[in-house]
Ligand binder design. Structure first.
Ligand code: ADP
Ligand code: MG
Length: 365
């Protein structure tokens, strides 16, 4: 029989990193979230060759302090969480301390960073594949951080080939994700650029650092989009389902949450041909909520059979009411008592759409 032995540390790192950074979207998501966590008000995302050659995110956030250089890309080193107990009251996007270490394992990764008191000097940090700091160099730079990822998945050849084959589709998905971050981030000036072949540095989309998500939506999708939208402003209250009541030891406190955002009027001509512009957030964190999306689309179709709505919906709720720590890439969010929530959501949407004929479109507010 073969001997049971530990996998060598390097291989474990590779295996785990491939679960944190699963695709192009994960790269953009992790870097943009780090910029937002660093309090940035300007974020520029740059792609070369749709991200195959380079994905780079530059921000004007706090920068990284020199005493943290050694630890910044080490696995499970984070400035955002120190114990499991903190997880339920989390207000940052990151907390697992895995993104940068994973990028070191999967690509050529470096950072240029400066805190306010260092400018016009910045430091370029290069790392080993393990995430260990290889060297620091003084370079010129502004306040903030630029993280650069070159040749993503070059150390996972199968995934690299898959990505090359599907790059158009993958790039499209990244843009959709960045639309969501740009729209939800009021007060942050976002811009996205891409260089493909000789067409240099084309601005793909940008926002102006607006105060409202509505203005961000106008920047990203065009001002005309707003004419078909009505405000989404729901207060949901629902009794916990029987299993949840049992799990909480008979405590029958009702759940409350609000849903804020914008949605198409349920009138023919005001929806969209395909469900391509639907963004969901939990406490401003972009996430996929497939069951919730299904509920929205079902109710909308009962008013406008042949179209799908534009949806921008932020579920604002107690941080105890969900779990983001379900998968290493943090894209799956587990909502406690989703069934009861969805029933309540559907009923509220029906009311909203029934009243929508009297609702003034957002463009006229
Ligand atoms: P996490 O975000 O879960 O903490 P990361 O691997 O994404 O883990 O980042 C590790 C640490 O590096 C962060 O906790 C933060 O202190 C620092 N960091 C990463 N990106 C930035 C940035 N853009 N600006 C400032 N600090 C950053
Ligand atoms: Mg992070």
């Amino acid at each position: 029989m073969a001997t049971i032995q530990a996998i060598e540390a390097r291989s474990v790192h590779q295996i785990q990193s491939g679960q944190v950074i699963v695709d192009l979207c994960s790269v953009a998501k992790e870097l943009v979230e780090n910029s937002l966590d660093a309090g940035a008000t300007t974020i520029e995302v740059r792609f070369k060759n749709n991200g195959l050659d380079l994905i780079e995110v530059q921000d004007n956030g706090t920068g990284i302090s020199p005493e943290n250089y050694e630890n910044v890309a080490l696995k499970h080193y984070t400035s955002k969480l120190s114990s499991f107990d903190d997880l339920s009251s989390l207000h940052t996007f990151g907390f697992r301390g895995e993104a940068l270490s994973s990028l070191c394992a999967l690509a050529e990764f470096h950072v240029i960073t400066a805190q306010a008191n260092q400018v016009p000097r910045a430091n370029r940090l290069d790392f080993e594949t393990s995430g260990k700091l290889r060297r620091t160099q003084i370079v010129a730079g502004q306040k903030g951080t630029t993280a650069s990822v070159e040749g993503i998945f070059k150390r996972l050849p199968v995934r690299r080939r898959e990505l090359e084959k599907n790059i158009k589709r993958e790039y499209g998905k990244v843009l959709n994700l960045l639309h969501a971050y740009a729209c939800i981030s009021a007060g942050v000036k976002f811009s996205v650029r891409n260089t493909v072949g000789k067409t240099k540095n084309v601005v793909v989309f940008s926002t102006n650092g607006n105060r409202t998500t509505k203005e961000n939506i106008a920047n990203v999708y065009g001002a005309k989009t707003l004419t078909a939208l009505i405000p989404l402003d729901l207060e949901l209250e629902f009794e916990p389902s029987a299993p949840m009541r049992r799990a909480s030891g008979g405590d029958t406190q009702s759940n409350q949450l609000v849903v804020k955002g914008h949605i198409s009027r349920p009138v023919f001509g005001e929806g969209r041909q395909t469900p391509d512009r639907q963004m969901f957030f939990v406490n401003s964190r972009p996430c996929g909520l497939p069951q919730i999306a299904k509920a929205f689309n079902e109710v909308y179709k009962s008013f406008n059979v042949s179209q799908s709505p534009f949806i921008f919906a932020d579920f604002q709720m107690d941080t105890n009411a969900y779990d983001v720590n379900v998968s290493p890439d943090k894209r799956t969010i587990l909502l406690h008592d989703a069934g009861a929530l969805i029933e309540s959501l559907k009923a509220s949407l029906v009311q909203l759409f029934e009243a929508a004929d009297q609702t003034v479109p957002q463009s006229q507010v």
